[in-house]
Ligand binder design. Structure first.
Ligand code: ATP
Length: 258
């Protein structure tokens, strides 16, 4: 098993990653590191492989049966493709929030404690504590504390998305992958999620796919620019947006294509 002893600040170290859907290659020889307690933005035009890439980080991409990969993804030094990797455990540690808020048709409380219950926690007091802490961390507690037994579908889109973040936090992840988490939200709800992300990065590592370059520039520490399955440039966000090294990055961020 490969061990990465080089840099403990890297949560993920992606090495020579290739991915195919059947015969179509969607990721081409990707090499990049995702740093602890940072927000990493993945940008690029539609179809360039952004979602595929982040879904590979917790092996969720394997839900698509025709997918084949080569290369390594070291998660805290251990290859996620290694036979000894427990995929369910990986997906607990590396949680995911999707574009469209997807609460379960259950109460707000039951949504948050869903994961802990599956992991065998039955104690009501402990579940309540987990729900309160997770909802507080997701900046939703004050808005829902008096209606925890109401159905989650009664919340606004922005509240539902924060509920999904609370649900993700309730199983104590290490990394949160976000696939365009604000694209279905209005500007005020978007701002709330962005502020939330900023506060979460003290405790978690976040990778976010976004179509909004303004959002990437506002919230991320590092930005990766993908184009047709290639990682073209990966650097500090400031450098990508003020001084890109590759002409294709410059063309994209200045709106010449995409
Ligand atoms: N389930 C699938 N089966 C076959 N091909 C797929 C599948 N999902 C994605 N692809 C292909 O893989 C490539 C990358 O798609 P992906 O969804 O990762 O891109 P993206 O950059 O996230 O796009 P968007 O910004 O439009 O969401 C595209 O060519 C797409 O058609």
């Amino acid at each position: 098993m490969t061990q990465n002893l080089e840099n403990e600040n890297n949560v993920f170290d992606v090495r020579d990653l290739n991915l195919w859907y059947g015969n179509d290659q969607a990721l081409k020889n990707i090499n990049m590191q995702i740093e602890k307690n940072k927000i990493t933005a993945i940008i690029g035009p539609s179809g360039c492989g952004k979602s595929t890439f982040i879904k590979t980080l917790n092996r969720m991409i394997e839900n698509v049966p025709i997918v084949r990969t080569s290369g390594e993804i070291l998660y805290h030094g251990k290859d996620i493709f290694d036979k000894s990797m427990q995929v369910e455990e990986l997906r607990t540690k590396v949680g995911m929030v999707f574009q469209k808020p997807n609460p379960f048709p259950k109460s707000i409380f039951e949504n948050v404690v869903y994961g802990p219950k599956i992991h065998g926690i039955k104690d009501k007091k402990l579940l309540m504590e987990i729900a309160e802490n997770s909802l507080k961390s997701a900046a939703l507690w004050d808005e829902v504390k008096d209606r925890l037994n109401d159905n989650a579908y009664g919340l606004s889109g922005g509240q539902q998305q924060r509920l999904c973040i609370a649900r993700c936090l309730a199983v104590q992840p290490d990394v949160i992958l976000m696939d365009e988490p604000t694209s279905a939200l209005d500007p005020i709800a978007t701002l709330k999620i962005e502020e939330l992300m900023d506060s979460l990065k003290n405790e978690y590592t976040i990778a976010i796919v976004t179509h909004s370059m303004q959002q990437a520039a506002r919230i991320s520490d590092k930005t990766a620019f993908f184009l047709m399955g290639d990682l073209i440039e990966y650097d500090k966000t400031e450098a990508i947006f003020s001084n890109p090294r590759d002409k294709r990055t410059e063309d994209y961020i200045t709106g010449r294509f995409g």
